[in-house]
Design a binder for this molecule. Structure first.
Ligand SMILES: *Cc1c(COP(=O)(O)O)cnc(C)c1O
Length: 427
């Protein structure tokens, strides 16, 4: 099996893709004259051009050429509630009746904050932002302010937002902090965290970094090391908070000092939040001697606050999240069986409803195990699955929404089996 064969197949698949989507191609050309690369969110780029979505309902997307897809991407996890959750729609519609852009405080922001403080025991107080990136930037500055230290420890290959990407190509846009990188899951590297460190920023499962779970012993050792050195432990749960009502921190039992949130929590509306220990968050409370101000015109925007309140109180219960977790575990295990039975270099990793498909011979313990990924095979598999009506990220990322059914998971596995056969047959 060699790379050039996958390359030829990938090119053929792209031609087939382009032939079926003239309208998307036309709109891509138009978009490219006014937006560099024809895009305003780089992760949505698809080779040779992205299909353009016309509408979405439940777990389905329809593009401008009239092709429909089962949506296994779930907006990179922000679409957990599916495309038109009724309680969110109702809450937003009701909120709009009372006007927006108040330039004043209102009631839904309290309800949203109460719901978050209620469900994440480590979060005693919270503040809202407009994105996960912003939440992480605020949390890092807060940790520097609290500790009087500058150094920030991150994991090599991690993604914590547009200005906080520690993988290939992220360097040029990195926010200018004093970062120290460690290897994810490497307990032996923890002594490097010393008393100059303000914070350790980590996802309890690397999401964009490849759906790589943290080992339990690693998280526990990390917690201990932070306690020994006085560094704040920040869990980026922008993606992983879906793993239970109390987030992945509840499942692992490891409690961070600060937590950042985002993506799905406002039911698909713009959202970010950071929160945690009250004594740390007090930096924003003038009554407790706090001197930090927290700007953000849209921090308490009525749409996101109403949507978050509805999502948290009506849809994101343990009763909803627990079966979703199991459905994901089942899908990943069956996918793994399929990959084992195939001669192609395919591996899947993940936790619960989020997983990634890797084109390596495995095993995958950290991002360094992905260095020799077969890029051509990954792109080819993406197109073969899209051809069979299943959409997930070109890089192999899958996030199930609450609207995805067991029958749709069966469809996915059948399509995958078929795609593997088609790819293998041409080798
Ligand atoms: C998506 C993501 C972010 C950034 O959130 P945005 O709202 O896109 O800025 C941060 N951390 C993790 C783990 C993410 O997956």
């Amino acid at each position: 099996m060699n790379m050039s064969t996958f390359l030829a197949q990938r090119k053929a698949a792209e031609v087939r893709y382009a032939d079926k989507r003239p309208r998307s191609k036309e709109l891509f050309d138009r978009a490219s004259t006014v937006m560099p690369g024809g895009s305003t969110r780089s992760v949505l780029d698809v080779q040779p051009f992205p299909f353009r979505v016309a509408s979405a309902t439940g777990s389905q997307l329809t593009d401008v050429d009239g092709i429909t897809y089962i949506d296994f991407l779930g907006d990179y996890s922000a679409g957990l509630l599916g495309h038109d959750p009724a309680p969110v729609r109702a809450a937003v519609t009701a909120a709009l009746e009372n006007g927006w852009s108040f330039g004043g405080v209102h009631t839904d922001e309290i309800r949203a904050a109460e719901a978050i403080v209620d469900r994440f025991p480590s979060v005693e107080q919270v503040r809202f932002t407009n994105s996960g990136t912003e939440a992480n930037l605020m949390a890092l500055q807060l940790a520097r302010h609290h500790t009087g230290r500058d150094r920030i420890v991150v994991s090599d290959g991690a993604y914590h937002g547009g200005l906080l990407y520690f993988g290939h190509g992220g360097e040029a846009l990195l926010a200018p902090f004093d970062f120290m990188r460690v290897t994810y899951n490497d307990i032996d590297a923890l002594p490097a965290i010393d008393s100059t460190v303000a914070a350790v920023l980590i996802e309890p499962m690397m999401g964009a970094g490849g759906c790589i779970p943290a080992r339990q012993e690693y998280l526990e050792a990390l917690r201990r090391r932070c306690d020994e050195t006085g560094a704040l432990l920040i869990f980026d749960e922008v993606m992983t908070s879906r793993m239970s009502a109390g987030g992945l921190q509840q499942r692992t039992g490891v409690t961070p000092d600060l937590t950042t949130l985002g993506k799905y929590l406002a039911g698909g509306m713009t959202f970010g939040a950071f929160g945690g220990r009250s004594d740390v968050m007090a930096a924003f409370d003038p009554a407790r001697g706090g001197t930090l101000t927290h700007g953000g015109t849209f921090n308490n925007n009525v749409v996101s606050m109403a949507a978050a309140t509805a999502a948290l109180s009506e849809l994101l219960s343990e009763r909803a999240l627990s079966p979703l977790f199991s459905r994901g575990e089942t899908l990943r295990s069956r996918l793994s069986d399929l990959f084992h039975a195939s001669a192609l270099p395919l591996v899947t990793t993940g936790v619960g409803s989020m997983m990634a498909i890797h084109t390596v011979d495995g095993p995958v313990r950290g991002p360094h195990d992905l260095q020799h990924s077969d890029h051509e095979l990954k792109q080819l598999l993406f197109h073969e699955m899209l051809h069979r009506g299943c959409y997930f990220a070109p890089r192999g990322f899958i996030a199930l929404s609450l609207d995805i059914t067991d029958a749709q998971c069966d469809t996915f596995l059948d399509a995958m089996s078929d795609a593997i056969d088609a790819i293998s047959a041409s080798q």
